[in-house]
Design a protein around this ligand. Structure first.
Ligand SMILES: Cc1cc2nc3c(=O)[nH]c(=O)nc-3n(C[C@H](O)[C@H](O)[C@H](O)COP(=O)(O)OP(=O)(O)OC[C@H]3O[C@@H](n4cnc5c(N)ncnc54)[C@H](O)[C@@H]3O)c2cc1C
Ligand code: SF4
Length: 318
C-alpha cells in the first residue's frame, strides 16, 4: 500500500472542498472496497477524507411520504430498519443477499453504490484494463468472460456493476443526493447515476470532482410484492451471475431491474410494460440489445428463468 495522508472532515462542504482541491484525494466510508483496492495498488489516493462523522447516518421519512437514507447508513441498519422492511422490502432483501454480516456492518449506502467492478482482469495489475488504466486495452475481451456483462457493454469494457443494493434502488426509482465543492446540491435519478462504459469506462458515475453523496431518497412506497432473487455460484458470499429485483402488483404489472448483466443496474421501460405478459416477453425487452460472449450467453436464458421464478412466486403468495 502507498503512503497517504488522512483527515476527518468537519462538514460536508469542507469534505467536498478538500476532495476538489486535492486531485488524488478519495472519500472513505466503510472502507470495505476502497482499502482492498489500495492494498492491491489499483487505487492509489494520496489523501483520504473520512466522511463518517458528519451525521449522515439517519433514515428519515420525507415530507412526500418517501424515505431519506443518509449516505453513511450501514447496510445492516438499512436492511433491518422497520420502515424499509415493511414498505421497501425489495431493498432489505437485496441488501441481505450481498456480502456477509461483518461487511454489511461496515458498508455504507454511498460506498455500496460506488463500489468498483469485480472483473478479475481489473484486479490483476499484470493485465491491461481500460477502466484501471485508460487506453491500455481490455484483457477481458477474448478472455474468460463467464461473470462479465452481456448488455450495455462496449468495445472498451464488458464489466458489470456488482451491487445488489443498487438493483433494488433502480427498481424503487431512488434519487442520489449530493453536495458539490461550491456548496450547491444536486439530485441525480439513479437511472442517470451510473454511466455505461462507451469509450471511457474509467468514468463510472455522474459525480463531478469533489462531489459527495449525502443521501439517497426513495419516493413513497410503490406497494405490490417485493422480490429479490440472486443466482450465484455459491449459496452465500458471492456476487450475482444474474439477479432480479421486482415489484409486482396484484394485476401482474410492475417493475423489474436486473443485476449481474450490465455496467449498471439494468431496467428498460418496455420490459416493465411487458411484465404482465410474462417472463419471456419482459426478458425479450430487457435483453433486446444484448451482445453476449460465448462464455456468458447463458445469462440471457438465466434472466428469463429467474424472472419466471419471481413471477411464479407472486402467484404462490397472493
Ligand atoms: C468479500 C466481499 C464480498 C462482497 N459481496 C458483495 C455482494 O455480494 N453484493 C454487493 O452488493 N456487494 C458486495 N460487496 C461489496 C460491499 O458491499 C462494498 O464493499 C461496500 O458496499 C462498499 O461500501 P463502503 O462504505 O465500505 O465503501 P468504501 O470502500 O469506503 O468506498 C467505496 C467508494 O465510494 C466512495 N465514497 C464513499 N462514500 C462516499 C460519499 N459519501 N460520496 C462520494 N463517494 C464516496 C469512496 O471514495 C470509494 O471510491 C462485497 C465486498 C467484499 C469485500
Ligand atoms: S472488462 Fe472493463 S474492467 Fe474488465 S478488463 Fe476490460 S476494461 Fe477492465
Amino acid at each position: 500500500m502507498r503512503a497517504f495522508t488522512f483527515e476527518r472532515a468537519e462538514s460536508v462542504r469542507a469534505a467536498a472542498e478538500s476532495a476538489s482541491n486535492n486531485p488524488e484525494a478519495k472519500f472513505i466510508a466503510g472502507g470495505t472496497n476502497l482499502l482492498d483496492l489500495m492494498k492491491l495498488e489499483i487505487e492509489v489516493p494520496t489523501h483520504l477524507i473520512d466522511v463518517n462523522g458528519l451525521g449522515l447516518d439517519k433514515i428519515e421519512v420525507t415530507s412526500e411520504g418517501g424515505l431519506r437514507i443518509g449516505a453513511m447508513v450501514r447496510n445492516t441498519d438499512l436492511a433491518s430498519h422497520e420502515t424499509v422492511r415493511r414498505d421497501y422490502g425489495l431493498l432489505s432483501r437485496a441488501l441481505v443477499a450481498g456480502a456477509s454480516g461483518q461487511l454489511r456492518n461496515k458498508a455504507t449506502t454511498a460506498g455500496n453504490l460506488l463500489q468498483r467492478t469485480r472483473c478479475p482482469y481489473f484486479y490483476d495489475t499484470a493485465q491491461s484494463c481500460n477502466k484501471r488504466m485508460p487506453g491500455s486495452g481490455c484483457s477481458a475481451i477474448g478472455g474468460v468472460t463467464r461473470q462479465l456483462g452481456v448488455i450495455g457493454t462496449s468495445e472498451a469494457c464488458i464489466a458489470t456493476h456488482p451491487s445488489d443494493m443498487a438493483v433494488a434502488m433502480r427498481a424503487l426509482d431512488a434519487v442520489v443526493e449530493t453536495t458539490r465543492p461550491d456548496g450547491t446540491n444536486r439530485s441525480i435519478p439513479i437511472s442517470d447515476f451510473h454511466h455505461l462504459p462507451g469509450d471511457s469506462p474509467h468514468i463510472e458515475t455522474a459525480l463531478e470532482k469533489g462531489e459527495m453523496i449525502t443521501a439517497v431518497t426513495l419516493p413513497k412506497p410503490a406497494g405490490g410484492m417485493h422480490i429479490y432473487r440472486k443466482v450465484r455460484d455459491r449459496a452465500s458470499y458471492a456476487f450475482a451471475l444474474v439477479s432480479i429485483g421486482a415489484i409486482i402488483q396484484a394485476d401482474g404489472t410492475g417493475r423489474v431491474a436486473v443485476g449481474g448483466v450490465a455496467p449498471k443496474p439494468w431496467r428498460v421501460d418496455a420490459a416493465d410494460a411487458a411484465l404482465a405478459k410474462g417472463a419471456k416477453a419482459a426478458c425479450a425487452e430487457l435483453m433486446a440489445d444484448a451482445r453476449p460472449t460465448d462464455d456468458n450467453r447463458f445469462k440471457i436464458a438465466l434472466v428469463e428463468r429467474t424472472l419466471a421464478a419471481v413471477i411464479e412466486e407472486t402467484r404462490d403468495k397472493p
